[in-house]
Every structure is written in C-alpha cells, then in structure tokens.
Design a protein around this ligand. Structure first.
Ligand code: HEC
Length: 127
C-alpha cells in the first residue's frame, strides 16, 4: 500500500515538472531577450508605453518629497519637462554628458528606449 502511494506521488511530481518546464519553454521571447526580437512600435502612447516603464524603473527615486536630483517623474507634466530639455533621452540612452539611468541599474531594454524615443519625437503627446 505504501509503495503504491510513493509511486503515485513520484508520477505526480514528474507530471508537474513536465508541465512547468513546458510553460517555461513557451515564455515570451521578448521578455527573455529584450530587444532581440520584434519590438511593436505601432501606436506608442504615453499611457501604455511610456508611463509604465518610468513608473516601474524611475519613480522609486524620482518621486516622493525628496526626488533624486530634484527631478520628479510622477506624472505627465513632469515627464514632459524632462523630455523637452533632453535629459530623459540622454539619461536612458546613456548618452555622454548625462548620468546613466536607472542609477546603479542596467540599461532599460532596447524596446522600451525605442518607444520612449518615438513618443518624444512625436512631440510628447498626452495620449
Ligand atoms: C536608484 C535611484 C534612481 C533611479 C532608479 C533612477 N534615478 Fe535618475 N537620478 C538618480 C540620481 C542619484 C541622480 C543624480 C545623478 C547625478 O547627477 O550624477 C539622477 C538624475 C536623473 C536626472 C537628471 C539628469 C541631469 O543631469 O539633469 C534625470 C532626468 C533622471 N535621473 C531620470 C531618470 C529616469 C528616466 C530613470 C528611470 C529610467 C531614473 N532616473 C532612475 C537616481 C535614480
């Protein structure tokens, strides 16, 4: 009896392993290799493409009562100001003369940078 339970458990574990490995295999290529595959740059908007990236990577330092470098990036107007004076693109592209951002972190994925660039080139619309 105990032998049978052990056997069943082992089979179940194997099945779970196969299922989880399979879902790994199907992971989004863009997430695993950012910038290496197709980057969908149609219909780039502030709401869907720019704000989520800045909120996830920048507002931890550039928000609150004492934002780093006195640069707050917590809403459209603040982000537009940084886009208009060239600092936003300069820091995320790691251009010479700008402190590379995110500070102490790696560079943002190419696709995110490309989308922010497209949004700025379109005149930083509030969309
Ligand atoms: C871990 C904290 C931290 C994170 C995360 C961070 N920053 Fe910064 N940021 C700083 C600090 C500190 C400075 C001042 C650096 C300096 O002047 O050398 C700075 C400076 C800046 C400046 C001013 C540059 C200038 O010289 O005018 C901009 C713009 C900026 N960051 C944008 C961003 C953006 C966009 C992100 C997200 C992609 C980001 N930061 C993420 C800490 C951070």
């Amino acid at each position: 009896m105990e032998h049978l339970i052990t056997k069943t458990l082992r089979l179940l574990t194997a099945a779970i392993l196969v299922v989880s490995l399979h879902s790994c295999y199907n992971d989004n290529v863009e997430e695993l290799y950012p910038g290496s595959s197709n980057c969908d740059t149609t219909n780039v908007t502030f709401t869907n493409d720019v704000w989520p990236v800045i909120n996830a990577n920048c507002t931890v330092c550039h928000g609150g009562g004492f934002p780093s470098a006195n640069v707050s990036l917590t809403n459209y107007n603040e982000i537009v100001a940084a886009s208009k004076n060239g600092s936003l693109l300069g820091v995320i592209r790691h251009d010479a003369g700008w402190p590379p951002m995110p500070n102490g972190g790696g560079m943002l994925p190419d696709c995110n940078i490309k989308k922010i660039e497209i949004w700025i080139n379109a005149g930083s619309p509030e969309n």
